[in-house]
Design a protein around this ligand. Structure first.
Ligand SMILES: Cc1ncc(COP(=O)(O)O)c(C=O)c1O
Length: 438
């Protein structure tokens, strides 16, 4: 934890930024663990006759991720992508750790500024912005922003002519869960013309950005993207631009159990940076990680609010062939329209773990189960290929690794309340954060 001293914010004490009053954080003292917290919360809800789903946000996990980042990618400053999870405890943890922020809209910029983030620690990383949002950024001193097309340059020249622009290029993102270069990024063939247009408009282009896609599974994507960025730096130099910023975007996995490990990706990135942007150059290198910081730090506890046993159903005859006794449909109180729309894209990456199963899991009979969200829409399905011991109405399921693109996307469709978040931190980390600042 000594490394914390080097990175925690100098912008007000950690106690102020991340205090229990500010974001309802619970300090786990006297050896209490997150599991103890979950146990108590479930008992407490039971005694109140409530089955509201909830998240537990593990601040220690985010702090560990940050320490891992600064030791593994020392040349790259993280600008946390607020869109991924903008809950108060997450943002305040990032502020306490001293990261910058990637904001995608006026609302996100407003939120970051309202928490005391300095405008020069914000990159407005959206290439297609509303004019009023660009003006808002200018009025509030947010100058760094991305672009990838000529119309955007014209808009920026009218709304924020002194902006510090970052040219986002399209890169190979075929091995990513969410491909972003399908929608954003200038192709290498158009860079020359775009930079020429920026020059005509007297705009300052300070660097290049890219995004290899969210949930990238191929570290070579970063290497190729860094080589492409080098090519753009060279073109820009011929046109008279002195570029000083490289933004390697997001796409870093937030989990160690799926995809490429962070350390493996980092090794490739460090090698490519040394090859294409040797460390003696006057260059600031930033990244926009979202998933990396928060994916593994959230656990969802959802309640089985209803259940249907399917004994004989022609619609599900295929399932009943495999699971002859019965197939069971469960209805949880969070789902696609709640915070779990991302999970439905790749349900196989998630485990639905019964909370305190009544018997030893291994010896218990399991049934093929379909897990639905609570709304009246039939697309509100989490998985239809899951084997579970029989659950009962009122039981809880725990789903780990649910911090990325969950709570920031949820709706209250059908009147189901948004899932509450309980942030927790161990007393050890809490003291380390504060002591390291003292
Ligand atoms: C411009 C931009 N930066 C950063 C991110 C964060 O990506 P990730 O969560 O994969 O790190 C995204 C995600 O959509 C993005 O669009």
């Amino acid at each position: 934890m000594e490394e914390l001293a080097a990175c925690v914010t100098t912008n007000g004490s950690v106690l102020n930024v991340l205090s229990p009053e500010n974001c309802d954080i619970e300090i786990l003292d006297n050896g209490r663990t997150i599991n103890d917290f979950i146990d108590n919360k479930i008992k407490e809800l039971g005694s109140e006759d409530s089955e509201q789903p909830f998240y537990v946000a593990n601040v220690d996990d985010m702090v560990k991720k940050h320490l891992r980042w600064i030791t593994t990618l020392p040349r790259v400053k993280p600008f946390y992508a607020l869109k991924c999870n903008s809950s108060p405890a997450v943002l305040r943890t990032m502020i306490a750790l001293g990261t910058g922020f990637d904001c995608a809209s006026k609302g996100e910029i407003q939120l970051a500024l309202s928490l005391g983030v300095s405008p020069d620690k914000i990159i407005y990383a959206h290439t297609t912005k509303a004019r009023s949002y660009i003006k808002y950024a200018r009025t509030h001193g947010v100058n760094m922003m991305t672009f990838d097309n000529e119309d955007e340059l014209v808009k920026i020249s009218l709304c924020h002519p002194t902006a510090r622009l970052v040219l986002r290029i399209a890169v190979d993102d075929t091995d990513s869960l969410r491909r972003l270069s399908l929608k954003f990024g200038a192709t290498l063939g158009t860079v020359d013309k775009l930079l020429g247009r920026a020059r005509e408009l007297d705009l300052d282009v300070i660097g290049v950005s890219f995004h290899v896609g969210s949930g990238c599974t191929e570290s070579s994507a970063f290497k190729q993207a860094i080589a492409d960025a080098r090519h753009v730096f060279d073109i820009a130099s011929l046109l008279g631009f002195q570029m000083s910023l490289l933004d390697i975007g997001g796409g870093f996995s937030g989990r160690d159990d799926v995809g490429v490990k962070f350390e493996e990706v980092s090794e490739v990135i460090n090698g490519a940076l040394d090859e294409y942007f040797p460390s003696d150059s006057e260059l600031e290198i930033i990244a926009e990680p979202g998933r990396y910081y928060v994916e593994s730090s959230f656990t969802l506890a959802a309640n089985v609010i209803a259940k249907r046993v399917v004994l004989d159903d022609t619609e599900h005859s295929d399932i009943l062939e495999i699971s002859p006794d019965k197939m069971i449909m469960y209805y949880l109180n969070d789902g696609l329209y709640g915070s779990l729309s991302s999970i439905t894209l790749a349900p196989s990456l998630y485990k639905f773990v019964p909370y305190l199963p009544t018997a030893d899991e291994g010896s218990e009979q399991k049934y093929r189960s379909i897990i639905w969200g609570p709304t009246c829409d039939s697309i509100d399905k989490l998985t239809d290929d899951y084997w579970l011991p029989e659950l009962h109405v009122g039981d809880w399921l725990l789903i780990d690794n649910t911090g990325a693109y969950t709570v920031s996307i949820g709706t209250d469709f059908n009147g189901f309340e948004r899932t509450h978040i309980y942030p927790v931190v161990t007393a050890e980390t809490w003291h380390a954060l504060n002591l390291s600042h003292a």
